[in-house]
Design a protein around this ligand. Structure first.
Ligand SMILES: Nc1ncnc2c1ncn2[C@@H]1O[C@H](COP(=O)(O)OP(=O)(O)O)[C@@H](O)[C@H]1O
Ligand SMILES: [Mg+2]
Length: 360
């Protein structure tokens, strides 16, 4: 549905040129929810603004349903209002001097091709989608944060765009409302099936909303995957680290066959699956805190290391523990019923299926 190929955009700053978008390519399926995720400054907004036509790239091609809206080679640059896209920014940019109705009607009035009756029908429909029916005549500033956010969404949807572009639309809301709106947005997008490209730096948002996530770093896409695959099979230290907390243990690949590896670490041998195409013998094994088993008896199982409980904090559903394994600090989440005490000697088991090998 949306195809981006070899997109590049740089800006001239005080310290020379910044490659904000450095040759990225991706495709978004029709009706899909695609998220660009990455830390601040990695080029997410610039990518989205290029798609919307608000920035002019130096190179690449952007097409919608097979038709280029931008192409360097074909010298095509369709103006933003003719791209059939709706956009919501972080600052909702709703107009404070207008009512709810007029805010949503505005894009239709500018288009100059709808009758008063059509405008009324379309605005009512958009307001109904975002559950703002009944608030038509209220001045926009008299809405709550969540309602203003929904209003911005209604305005983006009123012309029934082919593509919806959302740039951190929830980040101005408080935590509780953000979570609520996240669910609402997901439900709305699934209902109307509008192809959506979403930008966020929040990995939980990306996991909760997306069909596909693209992780960006320094203007490039480093991994594209479905949420679960991204979480369970990150292809780099950067991605593993970005998706929630994880532990890294340094090691050396000593044996490798049929997707299984033997890793020599300074604490002992680890056996775990290894992804194809990994280069180099010096690697990191990443294990998430919730996946490490804490044992009082080492048994004879593989992948078991002796450890000492350094500190633990009760966080309701789990204990967040800091463990010392031969001088390396690991974070482990355990069930409170285990009753771990500080200074206690325990054994940590790294289940092979929860070990992820990434390049160092
Ligand atoms: N209009 C601009 N002028 C100069 N530099 C810019 C401009 N817009 C963005 N940049 C720079 O481009 C890089 C990417 O920015 P941006 O796309 O906004 O990142 P993100 O949305 O991921 O936080 C940053 O280094 C930013 O400072
Ligand atoms: Mg941004």
């Amino acid at each position: 549905m949306v195809k981006v190929e070899g997109l590049r955009k740089k800006f001239l700053g005080q310290h020379g040129a910044v490659k904000a978008v450095d040759g990225i390519s991706f495709e978004v399926a029709e009706g899909g929810f695609f998220t660009l995720l990455g830390p601040s400054g990695c080029g997410k907004s610039t990518t989205l603004r290029c798609i919307a036509g608000l920035e002019k790239p130096e190179d690449g091609e952007i097409s919608v349903s097979g038709r280029p809206v931008y192409s360097k080679n074909k010298r095509i640059a369709v103006p933003p209002h003719k791209r059939n896209m709706g956009m919501v920014f972080q600052s909702y940019a709703i107009w404070p001097h207008m009512t709810v109705f007029e805010n949503v009607a505005y894009p239709l009035r500018v288009a100059k091709k709808f009758s008063g009756k059509e405008i009324k029908e379309k605005v009512e429909k958009a307001l109904e989608l975002v559950k703002l029916t009944g608030l038509e005549s209220r001045p926009a500033p008299y809405l709550s944060g969540g309602q203003q956010q929904r209003l911005a969404l209604a305005r983006a949807l009123v012309r029934e765009p082919k593509v919806l572009l959302l740039d951190e639309p929830l980040s101005n809301l408080d935590a509780k409302l953000r979570e609520h709106m996240r669910l609402e947005l997901r439900e709305l997008q699934r209902r109307i099936r509008v192809t959506t490209i979403y930008v966020t730096h929040d990995q939980m948002e990306a996991l909760a909303l997306s069909n596909v996530i693209a992780v960006m770093q320094d203007g490039q896409i480093v991994q594209v995957a479905a949420p679960r695959e991204m979480y369970e099979k990150p292809n780099s230290k950067f991605v593993a680290d970005f998706f929630g907390s994880t532990n890294f243990v340094e090691g050396k690949l000593t044996e490798q066959s049929g997707g299984q590896a033997t890793v020599e670490t300074k604490h002992g041998i680890l056996r775990c699956p290894v992804p194809e195409g990994l280069v180099g013998d010096n690697i990191l094994v990443s294990v998430r805190p919730e996946n490490i088993d804490v044992l009082r008896d080492p048994g004879s199982a593989d992948n078991v290391f002796a450890a000492t409980v350094e500190a633990s904090a009760f966080l309701g559903e789990f204990m967040d523990c800091r463990m010392d394994v031969g001088g390396t600090e690991l974070r482990v989440r355990v069930h409170p019923s285990l009753g771990l005490r500080r200074g206690e000697s325990v054994y940590l088991r790294f289940p092979p299926e929860s070990c992820m090998v990434v390049a160092q």
